[in-house]
Write a protein of this length. Structure first.
Length: 279
């Protein structure tokens, strides 16, 4: 069962420090979103042994970089944006930041609530964002452990929502498929643009023109899908005239071993890998 929770919890209502462990692309996108939405940088602590220039610029706004646990003060939320192997290695050093009642928000692929509790403790919200978070157009799916209260859920929602929309589920077993569809999904779309350009070159277009046509077509179609009230199938049908050029192409794409079969297999493979990461 999927439950959509319309939790609201503006960042200004969060009381205490926000600690971010891991400031790579996704962690950096979250940090940027928090600051852009008005969170006081002085309330943010970033744990990152190798900060990029972009992170250093964000930290320069007043956030603390690699402070000792005793210097952080009361922690409202501890956000983990590490790769699972790095988290396992760093967990003992992170644990002093987390008390039994501390909200822990994890955006690690494949790491279960049980595994995070074992390594870190706290009250866990497991979430999976995706890379469009970098421009505020991401989508995140989250699930809360049983001990997470409504206030903590609202805090997690506020932190995650700065990078795009948020959906909540009440069944953690769905998170592996979520990871495969939306977490990994941007790579599938980028591959489509890449291969569409390559096919254009094979059909005789100059490479630069083919690349631009593919890029703008994928971007524009995504924006149309975003803005339209119509579903994807209807939008596809609206482009397809019987016996026309699009119909000829779709006959290939929807045929045996076509796009539907490929994506089903791809998502299944990513789902399996997400489950393996938890081991």
């Amino acid at each position: 069962m999927v439950t959509v929770v319309n939790a609201t919890g503006p960042l200004k209502n969060i009381s205490g420090a926000i600690v971010l462990a891991g400031a790579g692309k996704m962690g950096g996108a979250m940090l940027s979103g928090w600051l852009a939405q008005g969170l006081d940088a002085a309330r943010v602590a970033v744990i990152e042994p190798h900060p990029s220039d972009d992170i250093r610029r964000l930290v320069a706004k007043g956030a603390r970089l690699n402070p000792a646990p005793e210097d952080v003060g009361k922690v409202a939320a501890f956000v983990v944006a590490l790769k699972p192997p790095a988290f396992r290695e760093a967990a003992s050093g992170l644990k002093p930041h987390v008390g039994a009642a501390t909200l822990v928000v994890s955006i690690m692929a494949g790491m279960t609530i049980a595994a995070i509790e074992q390594h870190l403790g706290g009250k866990i919200v497991r979430a999976m964002p995706n890379t469009p978070a970098a421009i505020g157009r991401g989508i995140t799916v989250a699930v809360a452990a049983k001990g997470v209260g409504s206030e903590q859920r609202a805090t997690a929602d506020a932190l995650l929502r700065t990078t795009g929309s948020v959906e909540w589920v009440d069944d953690e077993s769905l998170m592996d498929a979520v990871t495969a569809v939306s977490g990994s999904g941007p790579a599938y779309v980028f591959l489509l643009a890449e291969e569409l350009a390559r096919a254009g070159v094979a059909a005789g277009l100059p490479e630069e023109l083919a690349t631009r046509l593919a890029r703008e077509t994928v971007a524009g179609s995504g924006e149309l899908l975003h803005r339209s009230d119509l579903d994807a199938a209807t939008l596809r049908q609206n482009v397809t005239s019987p016996g026309g050029t699009t119909a000829a192409a779709l006959e290939v794409l929807t045929g045996k071993d076509g796009l539907q079969s490929l994506l089903t297999r791809a998502v299944a493979a990513a789902t399996r890998r997400s489950k393996e990461l938890a081991k």
